[in-house]
Design a protein around this ligand. Sequence first.
Ligand SMILES: NC(=O)c1ccc[n+]([C@@H]2O[C@H](COP(=O)([O-])OP(=O)(O)OC[C@H]3O[C@@H](n4cnc5c(N)ncnc54)[C@H](OP(=O)(O)O)[C@@H]3O)[C@@H](O)[C@H]2O)c1
Length: 442
Amino acid sequence: MTSDAAGGSRPGETTVRVGVLGCGHVGGALVEMLERDAEAIAARTGIRFEVAAVAVRMLSRHVGAGRDELFTEDAQSVATESSTDILVELIGGLEPARTLITGALKAGKAVVTANKELLANHGAELHRVAEEAGRDLLYEAAVAGAIPLLRALSVSLAGENIIRLMGIVNGTTNYILSEMSGARISYAAALAEAASRGYAEADPTSDVEGYDAAAKAAILAGLAFNAEVTASDVFREGIADVSLSDIEFAERLGYVVKLLVIAERHGEGPKESIGVRVHPAMLPVDHPLASVHGPFNAVFVEGEHSGELMFYGQGAGGAPTASAVLGDLIEAARNLGGPRRPAPPPPRAVAIRPIEELLTQYYVAIDVADRPGVLAAVATVFGSHDVSIRSMEQVGLKTEARIIFLTHMASEAAMRATLHDLAGLDAVERVSGFLRVIGPER
Ligand SMILES: NC(=O)c1ccc[n+]([C@@H]2O[C@H](COP(=O)([O-])OP(=O)(O)OC[C@H]3O[C@@H](n4cnc5c(N)ncnc54)[C@H](OP(=O)(O)O)[C@@H]3O)[C@@H](O)[C@H]2O)c1
């Protein structure tokens, strides 16, 4: 870091040298932004960023596009290079990102990353390394792309008693569900459409099975409740089993189907626990999250004093994500010059509430043989587990019938026992739909 007229800075400006790991969607957009907008950023912030080096996996893909001297395959030396102040990690994945970030922090650099997978699995360990080194570890871009959400939770809402957080943080699944609803197409057709438009990766597992959202849920819950939460603490179900018929039924009753992350705090003191889950759910059509369509993200936060807050915007894409990285770079650069703000206490160990203790309403669709007595047998199973039925509808399907139930509030444990026993009835062909229902009973 050099100040004033030294090192190419104008009077009053500080030059900050940055090493970047990865030059893909996000890294490429960031490097372009830092170079093209250097003057404007310096005018707005007083900080002149200089990209010192960019590490990539295959040099041959990046040479010839200008600034060849910046690129290297030696990520280790970029991470610990003595002339840089901040390392930006945009490789993704657990290794070598974890080792490189640890090395950079120990070498005295602040680190900015967008790596949700790494933070959700090794966040506590990396925070400890950063704390010991007295350096920043910032990761606004890891959740919900361009939306300034993590800083809001960790700074603006740091003193707030957050009760609940609910959001749509995976654009791929939100696009697929929006397409199914809007174009009245199947899950498979909507997934193919998402892939053709670049909203789904060649292997969509991480998105459609909810792993990506679960990593983000762990990060959000950790910040909202100052607790140690990892991806393995998050209950997770994806959207692959959501059918067009589920969506149509939900809409008839005034709901939309969304893949939600939900983090809630229960109890106080020694009885405190946190529930963190990711699953598709029926959401009332008048809920603010219901109108979040296509690849957009939004997170709804409920605080004791703040009331309800909603954060909305582009959750992915090179430039939107790089915009969040740039915000972190500016914060890290400001903290290089003076004393760091008092660090928050380390995340607390808080009990994770088992999903079996969840209390909610359920939608269940079952395909049964169309013969007398079946409905009574099915209703008996619900009753035997104290799951009370709020409404029921029967639709004919040639020799079968589909019976669709909405339940009153019931525990997940009771609902699971009900599904288990339903599957064991002779007349039940299959459970063809299952969704949790958000909101008060109507
Ligand atoms: N894309 C998004 O919309 C988005 C949104 C939010 C967060 N993120 C996060 O941002 C990070 C980067 O995502 P991305 O979409 O930009 O990924 P990407 O397009 O796949 O780019 C990855 C970059 O890392 C480089 N790389 C991979 N392994 C390396 C290694 N061992 N050493 C040096 N360089 C290596 C690659 O080099 P080559 O170019 O030579 O292959 C490539 O330039 C990830 O953590 C991701 O989860 C992405």
